[in-house]
Design a protein around this ligand. Structure first.
Ligand SMILES: *[C@@H]1O[C@H](CO)[C@@H](O)[C@H](O)[C@H]1NC(C)=O
Length: 187
């Protein structure tokens, strides 16, 4: 099955994205430094973001730093856990500009729309460090473990088989196909 790379950030980057993908910028305002995609029929999402390079944070600690930053903005502090952080072998990547890359696995308890019910969200996060562009490039796959029945996300009654959820393989394919075409994006 041939899969084509799709442009990100107006073509400055590209990657193979999974099927059943909704570009969230068509639904609501997204900051310029982010590309946000939602699965059309699950609560899964993928975020590609260009962040300021964290000079004071060592390479091995940087993925954890960004994970905790996301946790605090999700109000999931103290309810998030890092399960593993591993180096991503550069030989597997097409993004050859990064000095090193990391893969973090963890989870967070996240409330939707200030509801009391909290959903466990499994998180796979890849960090590509680009110090020459003063950028930490972060790709996050949010994969809710289960839908809490009292949450507004638990909409029942679908009679047709829904599109298949994204898998870790989809995420991995995205990471390994990520390419940089125009470094002016970092300027
Ligand atoms: C790179 O991006 C800049 C800024 O968006 C643009 O002006 C320039 O034409 C682009 N270069 C190429 C080769 O596409």
């Amino acid at each position: 099955m041939a899969q084509e790379s799709r442009p990100l950030f107006a073509g400055a980057l590209s990657a193979i994205l999974p099927p059943f993908l909704q570009d969230v910028s068509e639904l609501r305002e997204i900051p310029d430094n982010q590309e946000v995609f939602a699965h059309t029929s699950t609560d899964q999402s993928i975020i590609v973001e260009l962040l300021e390079y964290q000079e004071g944070v060592s390479d091995s600690e940087a993925a954890r730093y960004h994970f905790e930053d996301v946790a605090s903005s999700n109000d999931a502090e103290g309810q998030s856990e890092v399960l593993s952080v591993e180096p991503l072998p550069l030989a597997q990547l097409t993004l050859t500009d990064c000095t090193n890359a990391w893969l973090l696995t963890g989870h967070q308890l996240v409330a939707k729309f200030n509801e009391e019910a909290r959903n466990t969200v499994n998180i796979h996060m890849a960090l590509f460090r680009l110090p020459q562009h003063t950028t930490d490039l972060l790709v996050t796959f949010n994969d809710p473990a289960a839908i809490n029945p009292s949450s507004s996300s638990a909409v029942g009654g679908a009679s047709l088989a829904p599109p298949s959820p994204w898998t870790y393989e989809d995420f991995s394919r995205l990471l390994c196909s990520l390419q940089l075409h125009n470094s002016s994006i970092f300027g």
